[in-house]
Write a protein that binds this ligand. Structure first.
Ligand code: AMP
Ligand code: MG
Length: 336
């Protein structure tokens, strides 16, 4: 009798302990929060104590805030905005992380033959996609454009033209996603899906063991995010970024559209055959930069580039002459 009572008490204590533990833990948490110029969605696989999750979310907030403080051109107080206002060819002292980002951007400009170019900011303003309208004639603006006109020397940035300005929007979300993923990894999580402004990083699997699956949108203007999926991709241990002409564009008086992606060689909005391109590689910042560059290059030059860089895979959705879309992808692209 006594023994039975002990067993009942032990079981009751065990059960309430379990219930208490369950009430203090969260399974597969997923949340959305403001990030960069839009929002981030983070999904973790596994069970987390509320305290651990709170601390993780605090670290993620800090990482996103710090990355925004460097690269957001819509906020006058960020480091990039201070640099852009610095109307001088004297050295500008840059923070180590800002200098690292600029080094990355300039290296990527070299690698893509200038299809990617962080100095397009005055052109982005000119075509109505930036924070200010730049009404100067294109020939005048072009004098301050070109990645060769900015130098990094001993931690300082030097403008080759006083009106040179930088725009890192083409890598901001990818960079933000990398920063968030680094925080999550450091906290020992091995399964997660991070999305910042549509750019993604997936690691491990869902708790069920099923792979993360993400959609490539149909590049049709006017559709809400995720409304129409063109193809799906299984992603693990990789980053994915998409650029295209279907979400951020302006309409001319004659009804034709022009894209927010600028061809730095002409100074005009890109007019390639690419409606959208999705790039997969290890780091999200690389995927983000290349997706923008491939829109400028167009599919023919883009595939030539990809042949020489097998660490990148890409899926192109191309404009066909009849207004429909065709698609082409490089070897190894993990279409589902
Ligand atoms: P994404 O959506 O990642 O392709 O980035 C596009 C944004 O990057 C534009 O809205 C501009 O702010 C900027 N941008 C436009 N053209 C270029 C370019 N050729 N190289 C680098 N940044 C660009
Ligand atoms: Mg990009």
């Amino acid at each position: 009798m006594k023994r039975n009572l002990v067993i009942v008490i032990v079981c009751a204590a065990g059960l309430s302990g379990l219930l208490w533990f369950k009430s203090q833990t969260v399974s597969d948490p997923s949340w959305e929060q403001p990030a960069m110029s839009s929002s981030a969605r983070i999904t973790l696989s596994g069970r987390f104590s509320t305290n651990r999750l709170k601390e993780l979310r605090r670290q993620i907030d800090t990482a996103l805030e710090e990355s925004k403080r460097l690269v957001n051109i819509w906020d006058e107080t960020t480091e990039i905005s201070q640099f852009n206002r610095f109307n001088s060819t004297e050295p500008f002292p840059a923070s180590a992380e800002f200098a690292r980002l600029i080094r990355f951007a300039l290296d990527f400009s070299v690698q893509t033959g200038g299809a990617f170019d962080p100095t397009v900011k005055p052109l982005v303003d000119h075509w109505g996609f930036g924070p200010k309208k730049n009404r100067d004639p294109l020939e005048e603006i072009m004098k301050a454009v070109g990645w060769q006109k900015v130098r990094l020397e001993n931690g300082t940035l030097i403008k080759g033209h006083p009106r040179l300005q930088l725009d890192l929007a083409a890598i901001a979300d990818g960079y933000g996603a990398d920063c968030v993923a680094a925080v999550i990894r450091k906290n020992g999580c091995t399964g997660f899906l991070v999305e910042v402004g549509g750019e993604l990083i997936a690691e491990g699997t869902k708790r069920s063991g099923k792979p993360w699956r993400v959609g490539i949108e149909s590049p049709e203007p006017g559709k809400a995010s995720g409304e129409k999926i063109f193809r799906t991709v299984e992603l693990s241990g990789k980053a994915l970024a998409t650029s295209g002409d279907y979400r951020n564009f302006q309409t001319r008086d004659d009804g034709t559209r022009y894209s927010h992606i600028i061809n730095p060689h002409t100074g005009k909005p890109s007019e390639s055959d690419v409606a959208s391109v999705t790039v997969i590689t290890a780091q999200c910042i690389d995927a983000d930069a290349l997706a923008t560059a491939l829109c400028v290059m167009g599919s023919e030059k883009g595939f030539q580039w990809l042949d020489k860089h097998p660490e990148f895979q890409a899926f192109f959705i191309l404009h066909a002459a009849d207004g429909s879309f065709t698609s082409r992808f490089s070897t190894g692209f993990p279409l589902h």
